[in-house]
Design a protein. Structure first.
Length: 157
């Protein structure tokens, strides 16, 4: 296994969008579940009480369940961030290597952590980076050969 990640939040745009989406899904789920349970219990409750009395009672009963669900929410969000690192982390790393390769810098071979998704992308990037490196070396060799030929011609004249 390679190194553990030191930070959980590596790409704010992607992970932030994911957290916002999950937050809205959780809110929708919580509201619909609460409404369904409260209405179901209210409609099936003691018929000798008024609907308002039954509704107040069931809302009070649901408060505990609501608190439990809300207490679990941060753990789910943290797990989502950590899980998202398995696909966001490799893309961040690949983007950094592409930037290095695009600015004519030498780049190390790209590698992802053992549990990351898309490990084959690192291998494909490394194949392309090696091809670019070989082409740069060939261009340098050909330029020096061309310069040597041009120098030989100018000294011969």
């Amino acid at each position: 296994m390679r190194f553990k990640r030191k930070q959980n939040y590596v790409d704010s745009s992607v992970q932030g969008a994911l957290l916002r989406r999950i937050f809205f899904h959780w809110c929708a789920f919580f509201a619909v579940a609460a409404l369904a349970v409260i209405l179901m219990q209210t409609l099936l409750g003691d018929p000798s009480k008024t609907v308002i009395e039954r509704l107040r009672f069931e809302m009070g009963e649901f408060v505990f369940m609501g608190l439990v669900i809300l207490a679990l929410f941060p753990a789910f969000m943290l797990d989502t961030i950590r899980f998202s690192n398995r696909f966001v982390g490799p893309i961040v790393r690949l983007r950094r290597h592409l930037r290095e390769l695009g600015t004519n810098e030498c780049t190390d071979h790209c590698s992802f952590r053992d549990n990351d998704f898309w490990a084959e992308m690192a291998m494909e990037f490394n194949r392309v980076a090696d091809m670019v490196k070989n082409q740069k070396a060939e261009i340098t060799r050909l330029e020096s050969q061309l310069n040597a030929t041009a120098n030989a011609k100018s000294t011969a004249n």
